[in-house]
Structure formats: structure tokens, C-alpha cells
Ligand binder design. Sequence first.
Ligand code: 5CA
Length: 440
Amino acid sequence: MRLSRYFMPILKENPKEAEIVSHRLMLRAGMIRQQSQGIYSWLPLGKRVLDKVNAIIRDEQNRAGAIELSMPTLQSAELWQESGRYDAYGKEMLRIKDRQDRPMLYGPTNEEMVTDIFRSSVKSYKDLPLNLYHIQLKFRDEIRPRFGTMRSREFMMKDAYSFDLTREGAEHSYNKMFAAYLRTFDRLGLRAIPMRADTGPIGGKLSHEFIILADTGESEVFCHKDFVDFDIPGAHTDFDSVEGLQAIFDKWTSLYAATSEMHDEAAFNAVPEGDRLSARGIEVGHIFYFGTKYSEPMGAKVQGPDGKEHFVHMGSYGIGPTRLVPAIIEASHDDNGIIWPASVAPFDIVVINMKAGDQACDDTCELIYAALTKAGKDVLYDDTDDRAGTKFATADLIGVPVQVIAGPRAVANGEVEVKDRKTGARETMTIEAAINRFVA
Ligand code: 5CA
């Protein structure tokens, strides 16, 4: 991508409305734009990051055996009347009427709709277990939308829903998502700690929130500090092994970890004082087991091996991609801007032409840009006629992991500089060596 032809509206000044660093940096880097309170457009640079986050989420959901579909954002009120949540959900639900005066709503979550899909076609235990998910916009009319896309009214959610014949089966399905979440957040460059959590309007008794420790987090959390260094389940984890997944779950729940709603002061005080971590955190995921809370009122049942009908045991599993992007920034930035983990960076490499219009600089940059693009890298080429200082500041702000810098003096020697955004380390090398470093 040539920056001269791209759309990346950088802000020079710090936007006044932004209270936390991720919101400030997302606005300054031209990643998002607020359209009305708590409702955002994702501009091209932001969209690239969001897509990479979603690709990792999708990959790990698929690995764990979940199956992707797509459900609509608008739902009919009738479904929610069946479960009894239409009245209970309150003012957070955006209610709309269509031209025939039929009550509709913009979905805040999808338990009812997915239960309706399930009951319309699954009739036998032989079709279980089943886990269906989608990545779709939601709307919740939050009282206090704030911090940009961290807490917005319209936001994206990956929501998965599991169906099992028995409680034991449902617990295995829960453990699959538990392990998948540990892997997902790790691949996003984050350390998320599962904590016992309240179930709120979703319901049920067993629930964990996945929390990233950050001073700007909205939740108050309490946990054992050893969680910070626990091992993440590997890529070859067998998601069909009941014992294997139970062992992962048991290990990750063996020490104290709870959100403020579930906090037990006495149990926390039993943790040796030096091991207690009392901090603020960002909730990036939340998983629930709620048994037959929806299947019973909505009549979602299957025939069991005993020939009788059984209401299915369900769970739901949410991740907030549009919250994860600012959460990653909260965890990874410095005074100059964002530092993306390579897995979600909007571009792999930025090529900076320090003197656009200078034949040698232009030729060198074109050569590198073409070679790296051909090798399948996402390359941003800053071919604009801005001052070199402005280009360096922009490259640092948008946080691309590697900068290849071509200035007249180095280029005259057949060389360029390669800078690591995270460490700031710079290395001068031949043009060929710079290309080979990323192509090999
Ligand atoms: N149906 C269940 C799980 S699929 C559910 O709705 N769970 S939830 O309410 O906990 O939301 C799941 C995730 O969505 C949260 O962990 C969070 O990451 C994200 N999320 C929730 N509300 C918002 C919001 N207002 N803005 C941004 N992300 C949000």
C-alpha cells in the first residue's frame, strides 16, 4: 500500500475527548471515528487490525470444533418473549418497530436466536455435541459508553453457543472454549487470566471472565500472581480429550482469581500476602454454562439414547474484538505511539522514503516495496513528500513492527536502515540483506 494513495487521517494534536491512552492513539492514528455516541466507523488502518484479530479468534474457534455461521443483527421480539428476556432485559435493549408495527430489536446477544435455529432441525443426541458461533455486531444502549471502542453501544462480538445432551457433556464443551480462549489471547500478545464471574442477564451458575490486567481497566479484580506465568495450552492440544481439557481447566482454576462481584475476602486473604495481586482489569471474554435456562422455555430438546426427550444443556462464550483492539494498545505502547504484536499489526513492514523525488531513494524504495510485497508481506510504503521527521513520527505512532528507512546518504552506499519499533534498535545493512531478512 502506497501511503500517498491510502486513507489514514492522522491527527497531530491529542484529541481532548480521549481519557485513556488507547482511545487517544486510535484517534490519532486514524483507526476509528465516532459517528454518534458510542457508535464508531473503523477506518482502513483500524479495519486491518480488527480483521487480523478476528482471523485469530476464528482460527482458534475452528480448532476447538466450533462451527461458524452468521445470524442477523435485527431480531424479532417474539423470540425474546418466549425466553422471558424481552421485558427483563430493560433499557439496554434497542427496541424498534417495523412498518407493520411489529416489535423488533437490535440483538444485544443471540441465545434465543441460536436456540431457535437448533430446535428447528436438531432432534437426536447423535447430532451432539454442537457449537455454533458467529462474529457479528451487537447493540447495547449502555448508560456510560466510554473509552472509544472499549465500551461502545454498537460493538462486535464473537459469540459461540454449545449444545449437549448432559451436564457432563456441557462441561467438556465449556472446557474446550476455556482452552481456546487461553490460546486466542496468547496469540494476540495478551496475558488474560480467567476469573470467577457473575453471570448477569445471561444467567447460569458457572462463569469465567477473561481479564487483562491494566491500570485503565474498568473492573476491580483479585488473583494469585502466579497466573501471570502459567503455561498456555499448545497448538496440538487434543480438544476431544475430556481428561486433557479438564486438567487444563483444573490447573487454571487451582488458584484464587475473582472479579469484584464474586470476590471472597477471606479466601483471598488465605493466599500468602506476597502472592496476592489486587489490580484493575479489562474483560475481553466471558463464558457461561447455564444448563437448560433457554432450552426449556423454548422447547429445544433431543431424543436421548434412552428413547426419551431431553432439554439440551447449553453454554455461551463471548469475546469482544472491538474491545480487544484498544486492550492490546493499553498493554503495548510507549510515548511515541502503538507497538503492535506482529500477529495483529496492520502492516508487517513500513518502508520510509526519506527523500521522495530523489531518484536513488525512489528506486531503492520501489525495489524493496516490490520484493517484500511479492513475498507476501503487508507493506506500507511512505512515498509522500512529508518531511523525514513527520514520517518517522507517523511510523512510530501507527506501530508497524519494522521500519525500513531509505535516506540519500545510506542509499548512496547501497544501504538502508532497519529499525525495530519495539526496541528502537537500528541496523544499517545492504538493500539485499534488508530484503532477505524478511523474505527468507
Ligand atoms: N451471550 C454472552 C456470551 S456469547 C454475552 O453476551 N456475554 S457478555 O455480555 O459478557 O459479552 C461478551 C463480550 O463482549 C465481553 O466479554 C466483552 O469483551 C464484549 N463486550 C460486551 N459489552 C461490550 C461493549 N459495550 N463494548 C465493547 N465490547 C463489549
